[in-house]
Write a protein that binds this ligand. Structure first.
Ligand code: BG6
Length: 317
């Protein structure tokens, strides 16, 4: 049920509760009834719903929450690596850490996330992580639910070291889809990509929109800042807008790999697609005192919206 703006109580906008494992989670809501949920574990968005209460992000049914690893679904934060790059933790440690509330974040340079509903989280370097990644950093994450129901994530990484460091990054976004074989991505045509199924060999995507009929594990390079994921069956289009994130990782494990993953159902590959705004090919090098910002904005619109209304025409779609 939607909420009427007239009776909206702004205390409803942000609510903190404990999940079944005693971990703080934050529920963001807007007056129209859209919502998002964020966990302090990993700073992970674990749910995003439209004003009808329909879930828009995939979460595996096999999730028990008992694992110290990030939950399979939602939006895990991959930092300071995407992949392993010598680190013991695939996709970095940030998604497996307990984050804190950031009570006094420095103001954002240009906001755009002034929706009524947001939370600021903070992760700092710990002694344990220093063993593998000896760099002092502060990672500030804002998760905002906008008035129109869009979900916005803004990540700021600051070097609080006395020497430079490099990192890569991804918002590992598990979109919920009706049937993977009915889904296509527009906006990545003709781009180069690294194929993680062929030792990161570089290929060039051919003309048409990307569709799915087998396992895909790729990083598309230097992509436009707006791409669209069309779900034909559900007549729904996800629009992914990004800034500071040149690459897009696309992943679906398909049948064989699904069976090898403990925290993923054998058939669940049919209802998910990871499309990550990311920074992978050219890691950012931050000097002492410098800060990097990467923004992701997810919208969902009926597929009848034409490209022009989405602003996709500007990038030639
Ligand atoms: C993808 C990687 O982005 O994430 C895959 O390219 C990996 O190789 C997948 O299997 C899921 O990773 P994880 O660590 O969440 O199982």
């Amino acid at each position: 049920m939607g909420h009427s703006a007239a009776v909206w109580d702004c205390r409803e906008a942000v609510k903190i509760s404990k999940d079944s494992h005693g971990i703080d989670q934050i529920l963001l809501r807007n007056p129209q009834g859209a919502s998002a949920r964020v966990s302090l574990h990993g700073g992970q968005v674990t749910s995003w719903k439209n004003e009808l209460g329909e879930e828009l992000l995939f979460t595996s049914n096999k999730v028990t929450g008992k694992s110290p690893k990030a939950m399979r679904g939602g939006i895990p934060i991959c930092f300071p690596q995407f992949g392993n790059c010598g680190s013991p933790e695939l996709h970095g440690f940030a998604r497996n850490k307990m984050w804190k509330f950031d009570d006094n974040p420095p103001p954002l340079p240009t906001s755009g996330s002034d929706g009524i509903s947001f939370v600021d989280l903070l992760l700092k370097s710990s002694e344990e992580d220093m063993k593998y990644w000896p760099h002092g950093f502060e990672f500030r994450l804002r998760v905002a639910l906008l008035l129109n129901g869009d979900l916005m994530l803004i990540s700021r990484v600051r070097n609080v070291n006395s020497k430079p460091f490099s990192f890569s990054f991804a918002y590992h976004t598990y979109l919920l889809v009706s049937d993977i074989s009915e889904v296509r991505i527009e906006g990545l045509e003709t781009l180069d990509y690294l194929d993680y199924l062929s030792q990161k060999e570089r290929f060039t995507e051919q003309g048409d929109a990307i569709t799915f009929e087998s396992e895909v594990d790729r990083v598309y390079l230097s992509s436009p800042n707006v791409i669209a994921v069309l779900d034909h069956e559900r007549k729904r289009t996800y629009v992914v807008r990004k800034e500071g994130l040149p690459d897009v990782a696309v992943w679906n494990p398909w049948e064989r790999k699904s069976k090898s993953m403990m925290d993923f159902g054998d058939e669940e590959y049919k209802e998910m697609l990871c499309v990550d705004g990311a920074l992978i090919e050219r890691p950012i090098n931050l000097k002492p005192g410098e800060e990097w910002t990467g923004r992701l904005q997810l919208s969902v619109v009926p597929s009848s919206f034409c490209s022009e209304r989405l602003g996709l025409d500007r990038i030639g779609l």
